[in-house]
Design a protein around this ligand. Structure first.
Ligand SMILES: [Zn+2]
Length: 168
């Protein structure tokens, strides 16, 4: 998707641009294109970005290591502050200055660009499940259950390997 020149939003109807999403997002390894709606509204000193989108991604189960498909859906709203100093902050960090809550939120220069692709990538990455399980009834694998066995001291393992080598 093309980056949006922020001042142009002021000329759009209701100062809002709606984009239909139906494409693969660079960097996001999804099985199907990301589909949904993205809207960017100019609120004077901020942008209000809303998205409702979904896609299917292939995940590896944490428990049995099998591949499975997961429907990743996103419904979010974010405020991005427009700040004349937005692009200066990264090059000139002021260590003396106290970090305020506002500093932690995302900022863009009022005459800069909003990049829908990287914003969507970020939001979809945040929506990824922390624990990946192929199903609630996943039984795991033999490897996964081996952690119930006593841990073998690595020195014994070396000895066992040596024994194996010496045995005819
Ligand atoms: Zn599993």
């Amino acid at each position: 998707m093309e980056a949006i020149y922020i001042p142009l939003l002021l000329k759009a109807a209701s100062k809002t641009r709606e984009i239909k999403i139906d494409e693969f997002i660079p960097g996001l390894d999804s099985l199907t294109p990301v589909r949904g709606i993205l809207s960017i509204a100019h609120g004077g000193n901020y942008l209000e970005v809303r998205a409702a989108a979904e896609t299917i991604i292939t995940q590896i189960c944490d428990r049995c290591l099998a591949n499975y498909n997961h429907r990743l859906s996103l419904e979010t709203r974010e405020i991005i502050w427009l700040d004349e100093n937005a692009d200066k902050q990264e090059t000139l960090p002021n260590l003396e200055k106290e970090v305020t809550l506002e500093d932690l939120s995302e900022k863009l220069h009022p005459r800069g660009y909003f990049d829908p692709d990287s914003w969507l990538y970020e939001q979809l990455s945040l929506a990824m499940p922390l624990q990946k399980l192929c199903g609630t009834d996943c039984q795991g694998t033999a490897i996964a259950t081996s952690d119930t066995q006593p841990v073998i001291d690595s020195r014994w393992a070396t000895l066992a390997a040596l024994k194996k080598k010496l045995s005819p």
